[in-house]
Design a protein around this ligand. Structure first.
Ligand code: NDP
Length: 312
């Protein structure tokens, strides 16, 4: 929610400042949310750097929001004033906060689940991840760390696949059963044709050679790429699909139903997001984006202290 003056943290290409804007007219189906926490996604970095080609400055990119409903349109049936609610990257999506309140999903831990968590959870479930399956998670960032947590929670053997071994200890602490470091020669060879599903969350394509990843898949295994690198993306040679007849696909966020299932699973299994909090000041927003850009966060930032920044 913008405060009564319409202030929100705002990002332009080179600086991060408070900004005033006029919210759209409030309609019967709208909910006004007083934000208390917001995760910082890799997509925010692609957006504010202009890497995806966006030119519509100024931009307010945050989309992993938890807050309190302070005004509810008369036709809203699922939320009442005072509820703790969440908003992900989908317009008009909202959560039934009874679930958040049920068993202690802390606000700053829940916020990043609404985009990053769901982006990992949905394709895992839709591609049959569960007991007896071997799953690879490529890229141990915000989405990737949820990939490990949720794949394990769903009962699958889960391997982290990262460019260096710098995140190995953390990935194993998250529950990964194994770790593959892709800068090592022939890193894929010992695991060829053993994975059922690979979820790629890689946000870049520099030095990314798809073939060794595909070689890891069993016959008709699936490579699901949710990462959205800037630029041209990778090239796919049909030859690299022949050996195992594997499939390549993608996935966008997930449904509201899956959001609720994911939050239930997180509560049931006691899943804790790995989060660093940072105040939602001009300085804090800049620092968070800079560090996500540099791959220097364990493993998601959540912006907090909205009251301090906007209520004075
Ligand atoms: P993060 O920056 O937190 O993590 C991205 C990870 O990608 C890094 O930690 C790194 O992992 C890996 N990576 C970066 N560059 C390369 C490269 N050249 N080759 C291989 N791996 C690389 O980002 P998020 O997790 O927040 O987002 C990941 C991507 O998913 C972004 O592109 C984002 O825009 C997109 N996204 C997609 C959504 C969808 O619905 N499909 C929704 C939300 C975001 P490591 O250091 O372990 O190698």
């Amino acid at each position: 929610m913008a405060d009564e003056f319409g202030f929100v943290p705002h990002f332009s290409r080179n600086k991060h400042t408070r900004h005033q804007f006029k919210p759209k007219p409030f309609s019967d189906y709208d909910i006004d949310v007083k934000i208390t926490a917001c995760g910082v996604c890799g997509s925010d970095v692609h957006t504010v750097t202009g890497g995806w080609g966006n030119k519509n400055w100024p931009i307010v990119p945050g989309h992993e929001i938890i807050g309190e409903a302070v005004r509810v349109g008369p036709k809203v049936t699922t939320v009442k004033v005072g509820d703790r609610v969440g908003v992900g990257a989908q317009i008009y999506a909202c959560l039934d906060c009874a679930i958040c309140k049920e068993d202690g999903l802390d606000t700053e831990l829940a916020a990043p689940m609404l985009c990053a968590g769901l982006t990992a959870y949905s394709p895992l479930v839709r591609n049959g991840v569960g007991p007896g399956r071997k799953v690879g998670i490529v890229g141990i960032g915000g989405i990737g760390h949820f990939g490990i947590l949720f794949s394990k929670a769903l009962g699958a053997e889960t391997w982290a696949i990262s460019r260096t071994d710098g995140k190995k200890a953390d990935a194993l602490a998250m529950g990964a059963d194994g770790f593959l470091e892709t800068r090592v020669d022939d890193w894929n060879k010992p695991h060829q044709m053993t994975f059922d599903v690979i979820l790629s969350t890689a946000s870049g394509d520099e030095g990314f050679d798809l073939s060794p990843y595909l070689s890891l898949l069993r016959v008709h295994g699936k490579f699901v790429a949710v990462g959205l690198p800037e630029g041209e993306g990778w090239k796919v040679k049909p030859q690299s699909l022949l050996g195992n007849g594997c499939f390549i696909g993608s996935s966008h966020l997930g449904s509201r139903e899956e959001t609720l299932d994911m939050l239930r699973l997180a509560v049931e299994k006691g899943i804790k997001s790995w989060v660093e909090t940072i105040p939602v000041s001009e300085e804090g927003c800049g620092k968070a984006l800079e560090r996500v850009h540099k791959n220097d966060v364990k493993y998601r930032f959540t912006l907090i202290d909205y009251d301090k920044q906007f209520n004075n």
